[in-house]
Design a protein around this ligand. Structure first.
Ligand SMILES: O=C[C@@H](O)[C@@H](O)[C@H](O)CO
Length: 197
């Protein structure tokens, strides 16, 4: 991933957070990734780890329309994905979907989960669209991909312990959670991945 793209994502996310009065902590932990696929406009996410404790984690995320966080699940982490600003679509699956799936797959088993704390069953093949303020609770084993329906989105995540090195299971085996970086300009910020690798 080119450093210039990381810098651009950082600037756009920061401008959006500022516009919507989301103040970041001192020394924010930026995590900007194209998931190793080299097409950040299609498969990309900008994250800030707000709190990372042994028992819990909180993140703030940013994406623009067209970008998807690719289909994945977690063995351990339970998380709420919260649409903070904009409108967010999630493709959710109760069981491992066929390879190549990032959107809905007709024929999926219905999914039981909680939306805004209320248990519901989502019909097979339905995209879940969350307006601002709404959240969905994803237990370990639920496969999920998500991206903005609106021009951009601020997305919250509140979860049990987060371990991005060991607890991301991606549907696409070509995916790497953290990008390699091509230094085509100087860095505006340093990423969390530059210290964890
Ligand atoms: O669903 C998204 C989250 O679990 C993120 O926190 C994770 O870093 C994506 O790999």
């Amino acid at each position: 991933m080119k450093r210039s793209i990381i810098n651009l994502a950082y600037r756009k996310a920061l401008a959006c957070f500022t516009r919507h009065h989301w103040a970041l902590p001192p020394a924010p932990q930026w995590d900007i990734t194209d998931f190793g696929l080299g097409n950040f406009d299609q498969c990309g996410l900008t994250l800030v780890n707000l709190a990372a404790e042994p028992e819990y984690c909180e993140k703030l995320m940013y994406a623009w329309r067209g970008q998807m966080a690719p289909c994945h699940t977690h063995a351990k982490k339970k998380e709420d994905i919260i649409c903070r600003v904009g409108e967010l679509a999630l493709a959710l699956h109760a069981v491992r979907p066929p390879a190549g799936t990032d959107a809905h797959t007709p024929g999926d088993a219905p999914l039981r989960l909680a939306i805004n704390g209320v248990p519901v069953s989502i019909p097979a093949g339905r995209l879940l669209v969350l307006p601002a303020g709404h959240r969905v609770t994803l237990t370990p084993g639920i496969w999920h991909a998500f991206g903005p329906v609106s021009a951009e989105c601020i997305i919250g995540e509140v979860s049990t312990a987060n371990d991005d090195v060991n607890d991301n299971i991606f549907l696409d085996p070509a995916i790497g959670r953290f990008p390699g970086i091509e230094e085509d300009e100087s860095a505006a910020i340093h990423l969390l991945s530059e210290s964890v690798r």
